[in-house]
Ligand binder design. Structure first.
Ligand SMILES: NC(=O)c1ccc[n+]([C@@H]2O[C@H](COP(=O)([O-])OP(=O)(O)OC[C@H]3O[C@@H](n4cnc5c(N)ncnc54)[C@H](OP(=O)(O)O)[C@@H]3O)[C@@H](O)[C@H]2O)c1
Length: 242
């Protein structure tokens, strides 16, 4: 390993938006740590196609697995420069029918893991007094959406969490921001039916769904030196919808 190379960890990096972030950060010269849960094969083949990458598996809905992965990264590399908290899960349920286990699943994966990951990562970033934390939230955390009261709450919580840690960590050179995607073409939105997709298209002024690369470009900017004075904010990437 080249010791001067900055290290970036992307959660849920084997597919979708996370995969595009991995590719973007690799192009920008980072050594990329690709986290996966079930996508081991995809993560390994992506890592094999990049100049400098490694893979780590963990179910981030488990605090123990999350903390163990961060311990493993600390003992293997001793540093972390960029953390992209991208992994997330979405279960659509109208509030009157919503199940408690869906609440627990989404809050543990989409919110609690971001707290635990950010806690461990910021301790590592403190050492070099430089770090970038980028949390992938969602336009629905700002707008709300029928059927997504629980999912949108997790994303709203992450937005508030990010603003708070940004103010705590600014003095030690760590910036913390969110990228809030609109509707992006990935496995998460492939499950929508045609009627839902048509309804969505009517809300998007650009009349197309976004691509994972549209989100990765914003992440790439936020971790770059050009964004050194930006912290505690959200970049919205949604084709003009919000
Ligand atoms: N697509 C959209 O329109 C959209 C809009 C707004 C926000 N977002 C957000 O963007 C992020 C990426 O979503 P995507 O659209 O790329 O969806 P995706 O293709 O379904 O990817 C979700 C990723 O999250 C990982 N993941 C899910 N549950 C996990 C768990 N318990 N532990 C560890 N990893 C877990 C998955 O890992 P494995 O596959 O390895 O299991 C996968 O890599 C999410 O936070 C999502 O909420 C997406």
């Amino acid at each position: 390993m080249n010791d001067t190379k900055k290290i970036a960890l992307v959660t849920g990096g084997s597919k979708g938006i996370g995969r595009a972030c991995v590719t973007e950060l690799s192009k920008r010269g980072f050594k990329v740590l690709i986290h996966y849960r079930s996508g081991k094969e995809d993560a390994l083949s992506l890592a094999g196609s990049l100049p400098d990458a490694d893979t780590f598996g963990a179910d981030l809905s488990s605090p123990e697995a999350t903390q163990n992965m961060m311990k493993e990264i600390k003992s293997k590399y001793g540093r972390l420069d960029v953390l992209v908290n991208n992994a997330g899960v979405c279960v659509d349920q109208l509030v009157m029918l919503a199940k408690e286990d869906a609440f627990d699943k989404m809050f543990s994966t989409n919110m609690k893991s971001i707290f635990l990951m950010s806690k461990a990562a910021s301790r590592l970033m403190l050492k070099q007094k430089w770090g970038r934390i980028v949390n992938i939230t969602s336009v629905v955390g700002h707008m709300g959406n029928p059927g997504q009261s629980l999912y949108s709450s997790t994303k709203g919580a992450v937005t508030a969490f990010t603003k708070s840690i940004a103010s705590e960590l600014a003095s030690v050179g760590i910036t913390c921001n969110c990228v809030a995607p609109g509707f992006i073409k990935t496995a998460m939105t492939d499950k929508l039916n045609d009627e839902q997709k048509t309804g969505l298209m009517e809300k998007i002024p650009m009349k197309r769904m976004g691509t994972p690369e549209d989100i990765a470009s914003a992440v790439g900017f936020l971790v770059s030196d050009s964004a050194a004075y930006i912290s505690g904010t959200t970049i919205h990437v949604n084709g003009g919808m919000y």
